[in-house]
Design a protein around this ligand. Sequence first.
Ligand SMILES: [Zn+2]
Length: 95
Amino acid sequence: MKHPSYCCQKCGEQIGWLGRLLWFIHKCKRGGEAMKQEDAMPYFLCVMLGIIIGGLFGGCTGVSQMKQEAVREGPAEWVADASGMAQFKWKEAKP
Ligand SMILES: [Zn+2]
């Protein structure tokens, strides 16, 4: 059975072009074997997003740890800027 292009090709429900594009938010009435592979896609995207976000946050944490380490070891310090926010600053090399 062929459904119009603006309808879900599986259940024939009118979901529109955006619905076809964002098929994963359409709760298909015909969730058969054929749907399973497609169903995995949003989860895959979520995992990818999680890895990317995790990587970004991990990177930030790594940098701030490095800064704290540098301050504790001596070559850098926290300096209050004009607005009173702590700014990371490398100490000038003493001659
Ligand atoms: Zn459907």
